[in-house]
Ligand binder design. Structure first.
Ligand SMILES: CC(=O)[C@@H](O)[C@H](O)COP(=O)(O)O
Ligand SMILES: NCC(=O)COP(=O)(O)O
Length: 242
């Protein structure tokens, strides 16, 4: 099985919001990413609107040639917004306003009713739902019980670790993927970059990696298309074991 690359363009918008300018335009980045081989575009509409704006989501929905994976918090406002835009995929993520980035996975096991109802609501409107969770068997079982067809494993702990600790975090992700095998589609992402994504891509059952910050950063030096191409080549190489 091959592996897909979803390119997260949030941090193109971060640069724009830092100065309140009209540039850089996230749509421009998304179209270049698609030309360079991205299989989908991921974006996170945060409640505090620190990077992506509603206007970005609506514009991208009209223009993307691949598919949109919209990340949102589990709130009525966000669910209603997703229903109004109707992206192909919606990924439910935890959110804390004071956090620098998404620090962990959604506690699905601790809020089964709320998440189950949200999954049902989005599925009824024709969207493919995924739940962004830690590589934890309890959370995987809870996500499946909620009816989510897809999970995305948070790779942040692996990305932040080094040495033996990193090997142990990688093992945790491999075990989680094994636990989910054949029961749900498994994606992964967060904090992956050009020096750590290949080991995750090598796990054969992972369907798609969502990668953003590292691609946007590398694009400053090589351009957006080359940054996406390099990441796509790297994960395909990882998958083929070369
Ligand atoms: C949920 C997630 O992992 C992505 O949204 C990614 O982290 C980029 O967004 P933030 O940096 O705002 O968390
Ligand atoms: N869901 C993870 C994602 O979209 C990309 O996160 P990052 O590469 O920006 O950390």
């Amino acid at each position: 099985m091959s592996i897909l690359l979803g390119v997260n363009i949030d941090h193109v918008a971060t640069l724009r919001q830092a100065r309140g300018t009209r540039y850089p335009e996230p749509l421009h980045a998304a179209l270049l990413a698609e030309e360079a081989g991205a299989d989908g575009i991921t974006l996170h509409l945060r409640e505090d609107r620190r990077h992506i704006q509603e206007r970005d989501v609506r514009l991208l929905k009209q223009m993307l040639q691949t598919r949109m994976n919209l990340e949102i918090a589990v709130t009525d406002e966000m669910l209603a917004f997703a229903e109004s835009v109707h992206p192909e995929h919606v990924c439910l993520v935890p959110e804390r306003r004071e956090e620098l980035t998404t620090e962990g996975g959604l506690d699905v096991a601790g809020q089964m009713d709320k998440i189950g109802r949200s999954c049902e609501r989005l599925a009824a409107a024709g969207m493919d739902v995924s739940l962004f969770i830690d590589p934890d068997p309890v959370q995987i079982d809870a996500a499946i019980a909620c009816g989510a067809p897809t999970i995305e494993l948070h790779t942040g702990a692996y990305a932040e670790a080094s040495g033996l600790q990193q090997a142990s975090e990688l093992h945790r992700i491999e075990e989680a993927v094994r636990h989910a095998r054949g029961r749900v589609v498994v994606n992964a992402g967060h904090g992956l970059h050009y020096h750590n994504a290949d080991a995750i891509a090598r796990i054969p059952e992972i369907h798609e990696l969502n990668i953003g910050h590292a691609i946007v950063a590398h694009a400053l030096f090589v351009g957006f298309k080359d940054a996406v191409r390099e990441m796509k080549e790297l994960i395909l190489r990882g998958r083929s074991g070369r």
